[in-house]
Write a protein that binds this ligand. Sequence first.
Ligand code: ADP
Ligand code: MG
Length: 728
Amino acid sequence: MSTLRFEAIKETFKRTPVSVEEPARRSEIFGKNVFNEAAMRQYLTKDSFKSVMDAIKNGSKIERHIADHISTGMKEWAIAKGATHYTHWFQPLTGATAEKHDAFFETMENGQAIEKFGGGQLVQQEPDASSFPNGGIRNTFEARGYTAWDPTSPAFIYGTTLCIPTVFVAYTGEALDYKTPLLRALQTIDNAATAVAKYFDKNVTKVNATLGWEQEYFLIDSALAASRPDISLAGRTLLGHSSAKGQQLDDHYFGSIPARVLNFMRHLETECMLLGIPVKTRHNEVAPNQFELAPIFEETNLAVDHNSLLMDLMHKVADKHNFKVLFHEKPFANVNGSGKHNNWSLATDTGVNLLGPGSTPMKNLQFLTFFINTLKAVNEYEELLRASIASASNDHRLGANEAPPAIISAFIGSQLTEVLDELEKVTSGKLSPQEKTDLKLNVVGKIPEILLDNTDRNRTSPFAFTGNKFEFRAVGSTANCANPMTVLNAIVAKQLIDFKKEVDKLIKEKKMKKDDAIFNVLKEYIKDSKRIRFEGDGYGEAWEKEAKKRGLSNHKTTPEALKAKVSKKAIALFEELGIMSKVELEARYEIEMEDYTMRIQIEGRILGDIARNHVIPTAIRYQNILIENVQGLKNIYGTDFKKLAGEQLQLIEQISEHIAKINKGITDMIEARKKANKIENVEEKAVAYCDDVKPFFQVIRYHCDKLELLVDDEIWPLTKYRELLFTK
Ligand code: ADP
Ligand code: MG
């Protein structure tokens, strides 16, 4: 009997829901471990408090002597809550979060000790960062990097450590993390959107990009997960025959949440509350053992930090409930994969959602302005947007018959389509008073505050308007949202800047009224961005053909898709907006290409190992059992044995055939890897891994999965899909 698999299964029989304590009112514990406004009021002097608030709201600098006061207050607060250590908490280009704990504890000359945390330690640190990816930046420039406090994301206590969100940059100024360009992009869209929002309301002084992510994930029993080398090392199954029952019956989606899982969720949500992560929604997803969690949306920088923190937290809480969380976009073949929808909008400091239709024609013109500019931006930079979500694991969704496709398009629904069609007919130049009244009453004025299409969504669209926000659905479940959010906010910012210039020009040079100018420019934008609008089925071949005609990109693999990150157009955009330099972009490009190569390389090795060391020996053992059986029959029945051993003989042959194919597949794959490894250029190497190495995965897997169906269940060493997916 295969011990590991059956030991693991036995382990799962003993599982019971792990009990959790949950407060009756979540609001009472919300943000308890966050150095938020309430905590700051209590622990900071008036001046320090004002200084932090000013930094949060207006991005102003905090003076050094004030930082000393802040750090002292923060330390006292943290110690009162049981913290012993502090760390700068940042997001290097690995995509995960990084932390290095230091104790508050400090010795003095007289042999005694105190708890200390100075302003200097709060504001800046120099972690030994030589092992973080830098894409060559720190080789060509100076070798050091530092982390610097980001006051816009509040410090929090995680376990017994005070975590201070920071950016991570090289001494020469290049960003080495995800947060730095995101903050720059958010500042840019704030400026650009505020300027445009002032056309409609002079009182607007700040616009925040908002983000509400929806996190999908799988929960697998930890013993079962540990029994599979592929899940342990790659976060997904590289082989495994489909279970007879998968998701055909749609009986998991929104079904009643299994008891063990529910306790995990309750525990997780309690921890989220303490950390100020405003999680709200939980449910079963489509695939068996797949679930989703979503918060109330927040300002984007904070929402991104919260998502990163959440992913880390989920691993820790899952451990306590004997689960392993799989964030991989496609952990199992033939059932749905996971994504991370990024719901995005723009909110003014006057409390208006700029992508929400309003109750008056003027409010609706404002809505249309931001709505149409977003469409134009996505149309202009669809390829860059696609690049922002490219990864080895997300390739399994995009362009692989899984929602959504690799082609970026925008779904807006029939009501808004009608409105845009009407607006397109506006006269060029000055509008007659009659036309303007008519427009306002019958077109702009008729956009209902709640859009009906809201409920009638097209699930195949990668970028859908859902009533009062856009939903970027192509983001992968493992992704750090900072990447797509940097790009989306940057391209819309750029678009709004251009829009403002055009409108102002018409007002100044053509002496147009503001509304006339806005209508004129929007009308052109509607025409310009038509190709990005698509209301149909995004899965079919028909759309691929149509998209090609429209000139939309369709990059199905990461090495292909990433190129847009370093195109002339992308470099010009990011440099113009001051979000990333050419050096930073090229570094990121290299890091992501390398990441791709390494992931395929690792998966190739794991698959080769499992197939050769687990699958083939098992198949041979079973074949030997069959051979013994046939020999026995021959001993008893003599020449008549063939009639009785027909099935067995066939099986013996089939097993040999599959073994031969697997062996050849592995040998060829290793050859292809050797060749690819010799390539120096990172781009060519990634392409070689994609085109020459990866295709063998399918071949090897196919024959392994066939063997799984032939070989005696009692000796099969790999925990099966039905066990992984249906153990609750
Ligand atoms: P679903 O797409 O699963 O049907 P909802 O449409 O209810 O779910 O909302 C999904 C997410 O959208 C939630 O996380 C919510 O906070 C977020 N969301 C709602 N309004 C906004 C907004 N104005 N900006 C950003 N995110 C938003
Ligand atoms: Mg959604």
